[in-house]
Design a protein around this ligand. Structure first.
Ligand SMILES: [Zn+2]
Length: 464
């Protein structure tokens, strides 16, 4: 008899006994699965299907339920989109923050799948109970949660999908370049990983947090799995590590290659290396292959849930956030003072100027966007720091009728998204012949939409 099989028998016995002695009447009005089962039996595809549909039926004001693909055996990939859908944007008109979470790549790692479920449950039930933290998060943030990616493997309690492929080696990032087993016949050969990547690229390319849930050893892993070196955005990952350790949990937080072992083609490395997301693999525990738990799930995973709440509540900080403190323009030179309020650095920032005829100008190169690492053409700003620089606009017809934009990448990693943000007119000072000119705001509005379209056209990874 294998060790796993004995352990499974023990849990089956204990949970069955607990159900037998329970005298509390089970309430089934709201959610099809009573709490005693929710808390002790891990989800099958069938019970997950009941639960997510019940949420969507009961709380349509915050829960959208989508089918975003099928497993190789044709089971639905359920995607929960959770936010306060009565508000399309934040109160300031800005786009909501986006968080992406998936679970269940490995069908025998049930606690990881349950943590993805618990996160959804925490925000849905918190909303129902009127908890202020949850109300605030859902007003400003969209949570996209795919709880069980490998439903076929989950129901067979196996790591692999039905084609005996390790889904977390099947992503198109240095696919099959490590000593990994069963990566599939090609990157994205499996319907589950292909569907996941399509959702990332088409629906949440602008997410500022991606967490993928597993179990194996109690640890949080950030990129890379492929290389032992720290990732480009090490400052952000180290800040999160230190903040979690100071205030929430002692869970080890390491680069995956060092903390675990070299691995390639993972959703984590793809999420960071291709999508540019701040990404963590959350390994909840060392337990695998069990189908239930004696200790209640919400208690067993309470600390992990606290870490998730912290990451979600602070998602605004997981990128560079540039704010122009002052911009003085004189003789074609833009003297810029800029602060970065975010916890990620940016190394590819510049100003763009939209003239009154709707033409865009860049420092150094007139209408061309030149190498931003050349001084005078672009600049960088470290996380939670500020920079003073001078950018030279050659031949640009700068006047008080135009508009300046800040253009930069959200993080240092090459794949991270570009943003463009208009510079607040109140901090801009134009000096012509020694005298100040005031801008004419009414003229600006005409050009803003046009400018955004122009800038967006430059790079498909611009945020909309
Ligand atoms: Zn795993």
């Amino acid at each position: 008899m294998s060790k796993e099989f004995v352990a499974r028998l023990v849990v089956t016995f204990v949970v069955t006994s607990m159900l037998a002695v329970s005298t509390t009447p089970v309430v089934t009005a709201q959610i099809d699965q009573p709490d005693i089962i929710q808390e002790h039996w891990y989800h099958s595809y069938a019970t997950l299907t009941l639960d997510v549909n019940a949420w969507a039926d009961d709380y349509p004001e915050i829960v959208n339920l989508l089918v975003v693909g099928q497993t190789e055996l044709g089971r639905n990939l359920w995607m929960l989109q959770i936010s306060d859908w009565s508000q399309e944007t934040k109160t300031d008109g800005g786009a909501k923050e986006v968080v992406y979470i998936d679970g269940g790549h490995h069908g025998n790692e049930h606690l990881g799948t349950e943590l993805a479920f618990l996160v959804a449950e925490y925000y849905i039930e918190g909303w129902v109970n009127g908890e202020q933290e949850v109300i605030d998060v859902l007003a400003t943030t969209e949570l996209h949660i795919l709880i069980m990616l490998n439903a076929d493997g989950n129901d067979q309690d196996t790591r692999w999908n039905i084609n005996q492929v390790d889904l977390n080696r099947n992503y198109d990032h240095y696919w099959n370049t490590c000593d990994s087993t069963q990566p599939g016949s090609s990157a994205f050969s499996e319907s589950e990983t292909l569907a996941n990547s399509i959702y990332m690229n088409e629906v949440v390319p602008h997410a500022d947090l991606y967490i993928t849930m597993h179990t194996g050893v109690w640890i949080m892993l950030y990129p890379w799995g492929k290389w032992p070196e720290q990732p480009s955005d090490w400052e952000m990952f180290h800040f999160i590590r230190d903040d979690v350790h100071s205030n929430i949990s002692d869970i080890p937080i390491q680069n995956a290659n060092q903390g675990l072992y070299p691995n390639c083609g993972t959703s984590r490395d793809y999420g960071y290396g291709v999508m540019g997301y701040p990404t963590f693999t959350f390994e909840t525990d060392d337990e695998q292959f069990l189908l239930g738990t004696v200790e209640a799930l919400s208690e067993r995973l309470g600390e992990e849930l606290d870490v998730m709440r912290y990451l979600i509540q602070n998602v605004w900080y997981w990128r560079a956030r540039l704010v122009v403190d002052s911009l003085v323009v004189e003789d074609g030179k833009a003297h810029l003072s800029v602060s970065n309020l975010g916890h990620a650095s940016t190394s590819n920032a510049t100003l763009a100027y939209l003239d009154e005829d709707g033409e865009l100008w860049f420092p150094c190169g007139g209408e061309e966007w030149l190498n931003l690492s050349i001084p005078g053409c672009g600049f960088g700003v470290n996380a939670t720091n500020s920079t003073v620089t001078t950018l030279e606009f050659i031949d640009a017809p700068i006047s008080s009728e135009g508009q300046f934009y800040l253009m930069y990448q959200k993080r240092v990693i090459d794949s991270s998204m570009w943003v463009n943000e208009s510079v607040n007119q109140s901090v801009v000072e134009m000096k012509v012949g020694g005298s100040d000119l005031l801008p004419a705001p009414s003229m600006m509005l005409v050009f803003v939409a046009f400018a955004l379209a122009l800038i967006n056209g430059r790079n498909s990874k611009f945020e909309h």
